[in-house]
Write a protein that binds this ligand. Structure first.
Ligand SMILES: [Zn+2]
Length: 245
């Protein structure tokens, strides 16, 4: 009798524990944890493991539990760029409070002009992106004659707002030459509050040793690849910090 009564309980527990993320199977799906407005407000507690997240994308950006650095995922490997600017491979048991991932399958591949800056790319984004109302996953691989990135130091509660942390504690690194990949997204203006509107990239060097959130760049030679996304799955934090913020 005891065995029979235990079985359904075990089944329910295993079903519940696999329910953190259940996105539909759509080829052009972005899977997102939390909102940029929650992260900006200081909701830094991680709640989804990278072991779970990797099932829903091989490409993406985000951050870590307690804002412990910048996350960049490329070719299915997730990296943590800590505030020393160094990249470490993220373990499956580590958690994220904010992340955006997708399976990258670009439809467009183009060369970027030598000398192009981040501002130039923003100004010319309508040349590369079919519609300002769609979402795009974007990869830029190449050599940059100048590159400025930042990362953030791990925080402890009570958490301050993100702009306060960035204002006083972000660490900025400048490369005179860097070869590597920028991983990021374009989000429409109407997505403001859910995600960062416009372009947002994280960078990692080809040797996977260093990187960060991209502040500025100048292209030496680079290729841009673009993947239009039509579906979004949003998984919200269940914490009181989020519910009451
Ligand atoms: Zn970023």
């Amino acid at each position: 009798m005891k065995k029979i009564s235990l079985f359904p309980l075990v089944l329910v527990v295993s079903l519940l524990s696999s329910c953190a993320l259940l996105p539909p199977e759509r080829p052009d799906l972005i899977v997102q944890n939390s909102t940029i407005s929650a992260l900006s407000a200081g909701i830094y507690e991680g709640y989804t493991t990278f072991g779970t997240l990797r099932k829903f994308g091989d490409f993406g950006i985000g951050t870590f539990d307690n804002l412990d650095g910048e996350m960049v995922a490329v070719d299915g490997i997730f990296y943590q760029i800590r505030d020393n600017g160094i990249a470490y491979q993220a373990g499956d048991s580590m958690k994220t409070p904010f992340a955006v991932v997708t399976f990258f399958s670009p439809e467009i591949k183009l060369n970027l002009q030598k000398g192009m800056t981040y501002d130039d790319l923003r100004g010319k984004q309508s040349r590369y992106l079919d519609s300002p109302n769609m979402f795009y996953a974007i990869k830029i691989h190449g050599t940059f004659s100048s590159l400025k990135v930042r990362s953030v130091p791990v925080q402890s509660p009570p958490f301050r707002r993100l702009d306060q942390v960035l204002g006083s504690e972000q660490r900025v690194y400048e490369f005179s030459t860097a070869r590597g990949v920028m991983v990021g997204f374009f989000c429409p203006q109407y997505a403001s509050g859910i995600n960062v509107p416009g372009l947002h990239f994280h960078f990692i060097t080809d040797d996977r040793n260093a990187g960060g959130h991209v502040l500025d760049f100048v292209v030496e030679e680079a290729v841009i690849e673009i993947d239009e996304k039509t579906d979004i799955f949003l998984s919200l934090p269940l914490s009181n910090a989020f519910r009451k913020s």
